[in-house]
Design a protein around this ligand. Structure first.
Ligand SMILES: Nc1ncnc2c1ncn2[C@@H]1O[C@H](COP(=O)(O)OP(=O)(O)O)[C@@H](O)[C@H]1O
Ligand SMILES: [Mg+2]
Length: 335
């Protein structure tokens, strides 16, 4: 493997994002020390319940949210937040949103929707051989809308949900990004078209070496598309690793609970998490998951002699990188 291929293309390094509290409330630690690396030509799924910070991390990686501590790096270089560097950056890292109807202007044709990014980025995005219509046609056909010219004059309402999502993806591809950040990319689609869109992401990875960070609350989706999975709980990555490791032998009690709910196979009853829904304005002391942790509630943690640590010692922040890791006192880092 070349060294270039083993270096992350996009990284969050010790990222904290804190939102000020409204009406006298505590501020919210939406991201509370996140290390995450996206490597060239891989699909990384970011999974976790609603409210755990997936969208905030996606927005921060796009430069839309500025970390209160830590930084975002592209090819190892910390992101600068001047309008000019952000402009260049946004060609390399493109956002794909979940709701194609909301992302597309109903009065714009497919051609205009896809050409918009090129127009915003001007001549630099067109390149030396650049002819706008050629670029638009190429992006549409990479997104699976063929023959592309047939789609040029169509309006969003004339398309199916899956085709609209492809137009949104073409709008990202037209700028030749290295990374796509997709926030719940298939959440609004029918089950039948979900598979097609996920196949498209896999094809882009294989044919163009594109990387994707896919934020989703759906572990089944991660299973179908991801090379690696990072599990997020209350603003932290609590477990990360290759998809087979995470889904076949999860370690963190939170990952286990998520999986037990997601899969009806295996015959194990789902682990229903008790306790209050997590609130980033009141992050629990010790392990942030301890008030809801089945291992603590069942006495497994006490039997392992770690119950006190669960309540009072923060298991710490996972280092990022490609390796598997789990932030839980049941699995001390040295073992
Ligand atoms: N602009 C904001 N101002 C205040 N709180 C926010 C803001 N955006 C997100 N949050 C809070 O940060 C936490 C994480 O939200 P989010 O990143 O949207 O999670 P997810 O995408 O996993 O559902 C939530 O508690 C949410 O209420
Ligand atoms: Mg979200």
């Amino acid at each position: 493997m070349s060294t270039a291929a083993s270096l992350p293309v996009l990284s969050a390094c010790g990222v904290h994002v804190t939102f000020p509290g409204r009406r006298g409330r505590e501020s919210a630690r939406a991201l509370d020390g996140v290390n995450l690396d996206v490597y060239p030509s891989e699909i990384l799924a970011l999974v976790g319940e609603s409210g755990c910070g997936k969208t905030t991390l996606a927005r921060t990686l796009l430069g839309l949210e500025r970390p209160s501590a830590g930084d975002v790096r592209f090819a190892g270089v910390p992101l600068a937040y001047s309008p000019r560097s952000l402009r260049t950056y946004r060609r390399r890292v493109q956002l794909v949103l979940q709701d194609p109807m909301g992302a597309l202007n109903p009065r714009h044709t497919v051609y205009e929707a896809v050409a918009e990014g090129l127009r915003i980025h001007g001549a630099e995005a067109l390149g030396s051989f650049g002819d706008e219509a050629t670029k638009v046609a190429d992006a549409l056909s990479r997104a699976g809308l063929r023959p592309p010219e047939r789609f040029f004059p169509r309006y969003p309402h004339e398309l199916s949900g899956g085709q609209r999502q492809r137009v949104v993806i073409a709008g990202a591809l037209v700028l030749d990004p290295q990374v796509i950040v997709a926030d719940e990319p298939v959440a609004s689609l029918d089950a039948s078209v979900r598979g097609e869109i996920l196949k498209l992401l896999l094809g882009l990875r294989d044919d163009s070496g594109l990387s994707a960070l896919v934020a989703t609350h759906d572990l089944g989706l991660a299973w179908n598309v991801a090379d690696r999975v990072a599990v997020m709980y209350l603003g932290r990555i609590v477990e990360a690793g290759p998809v087979e490791t995470i889904l076949r032998s999860p370690e963190h009690p939170y990952t286990r609970a998520l999986l037990s709910v997601a899969s009806t196979a295996g015959g194990n009853p789902p682990v229903i998490l008790s306790g209050e829904a997590p609130d980033p304005s009141h992050v629990p002391a010790g392990c942030r998951f301890h008030p809801r942790c089945p291992a603590l509630a069942s006495g497994v943690a006490a039997a392992a002699g770690i119950a006190e640590a669960c309540r009072s010692v923060d298991p710490g922040v996972l280092p990022g990188g490609r390796g598997a890791g789990v932030a839980c006192h049941l699995y001390p880092p040295s073992s």
